[in-house]
Design a protein around this ligand. Structure first.
Ligand SMILES: [Zn+2]
Length: 402
């Protein structure tokens, strides 16, 4: 693989003979390459070469098999992490490592998890990734309203850098998206020198970090390769002087929902990519988040989606489900859930408020993973707003999927 950055944020890459246009993201999800160029707008062109290298790697890692040649020399430390983590030879080598900056920024999407992470650090600047069309790939997903999300981010009153990018269109399958989840940080990486960043906070919560949620595995994942500090991505970002920080990595989506709905940014919370004036209420994400919100607010489910709709169909099948811990939480707490489309799911689980109480508290090792300079603020916030898990509750996390 050969990568070239030109004019600041224009990336093009050329595959070597051993590279392939099919691959897997770090969560093992199969993906296919569409095109070998993309751009990241709103970034300076003089960032440290290791930042350019990591930003490129978030986009080309799934296709690269043996070696990667950057257009500017990277540090030996970064090349070593690429070798140990992915088995690739990286070069040329010759730069001094980047020194971590002093500030923590939040990779801000506007969703409840992201807002909750932001609420923990009231002074942290935001970097918002905004999808724009690719000049050479037709946009078959016009319902994705990134413009609405960007406007909401601007209304939060925070220091905000919005980066625009078409990098998601480098994916042909399953649909436009991040080649690696970390590609959402491409803009933040390139801004890290300018903003003096030493850490980047993501909204990944307990399920994503510790329970193998999302597209991943449904078991306890202390060595999560994407989000653990000692995993290959954690080490790579750290080598570039930008630590991956998960402020809400120890709490569930019930807690992040509660924090977001009680935060000063409540009016800007938006997890749905489709609605303009508000969430669309009809997509699968809206259904899942409505279940959580209804559980947090202790009220009946309010959704126009009926059991015969495609968005509901996955709950007619046997578990596991994505976000299964939150499905259980909702089943235990939403009044009248037995009379909703989730009714049949009750047959698969024996849930109660008591058995889902662990999802109200913070898993302590998640705080230990936050770099020392930002840990005390997170710990104080958790103490005041959620509390730590008991030993029994910790065991619920660590036996998840057994
Ligand atoms: Zn929606």
């Amino acid at each position: 693989m050969r990568v070239t950055w030109s004019g600041g944020g224009n990336l093009s890459f050329r595959l070597d003979p051993e590279d392939e246009i099919t691959g897997k993201a770090s969560d093992e999800y199969p993906i296919k390459l569409a095109i070998n160029s993309c751009s990241v707008g709103g970034v300076p062109d003089d960032a440290h070469p290791d930042l350019f290298a990591v930003a490129a790697w978030t986009i080309v890692a799934p296709w690269t098999r043996r070696r990667i040649l950057f257009d500017r020399a990277v540090s030996a430390e970064l090349a070593q992490v690429l070798h140990e983590g992915w088995g690739v030879e990286a070069g040329p080598v010759g730069a001094e490592p980047r020194r971590a900056g002093a500030r923590l920024a939040i990779s801000y999407s506007g969703g409840a998890d992201s807002v909750a992470a932001a609420t923990m650090y009231p002074d942290a600047p935001f970097v918002h990734f905004r999808r724009v069309a690719h000049s050479r790939v037709p946009n078959r997903w016009p319902h994705y309203r990134s413009d609405v999300l960007a406007k909401l981010a601007a209304k939060t009153g925070r220091e905000l850098s919005t980066v625009t990018s078409d990098l998601e269109y480098t994916l042909a399958e399953p649909r436009p998206g991040y080649p690696e989840h970390h590609a959402v940080a491409a803009g933040a990486l390139l801004l890290a020198d300018q903003l003096d960043l030493g850490g980047l906070g993501f909204g990944y919560e307990l399920g994503s970090r510790w329970l193998g949620g999302g597209r991943y595995l449904w078991r306890f994942t202390p060595d999560n390769p994407m989000w653990s500090p000692h995993g290959r991505w954690g080490r790579l970002f750290a080598a570039a002087g930008l630590h991956i920080v998960l402020p809400v990595g120890g709490v569930s989506e019930a807690v992040t929902m509660r924090l977001a709905l009680n935060s000063p940014m409540k009016a800007q919370v938006r997890w749905c990519l489709r609605g303009t004036d508000g969430p669309c209420r009809t997509c699968g994400k809206c259904l899942y988040k409505e279940l959580i919100q209804a559980a947090v607010e202790r009220r009946p489910l309010d959704t126009p989606i009926t059991a015969d709709r495609p968005q509901a169909r996955k709950y007619l099948k046997k578990p596991p489900y994505g976000g299964q811990e939150m499905i259980q939480y909702g089943l235990a707490r939403v009044p009248g859930i037995e009379n909703t489309l989730f009714g049949p799911v009750l047959d698969y689980f024996d849930v109660s408020e008591e058995s889902t109480n662990w999802l109200e508290h913070c898993y302590p090792p998640a705080l230990d993973e936050i770099p020392p300079e930002w840990r005390a603020e997170a710990a104080a916030f958790v103490d005041a707003n959620a509390g730590l898990m008991s030993e029994d509750e910790v065991r619920r996390v660590e036996s998840w999927g057994d």
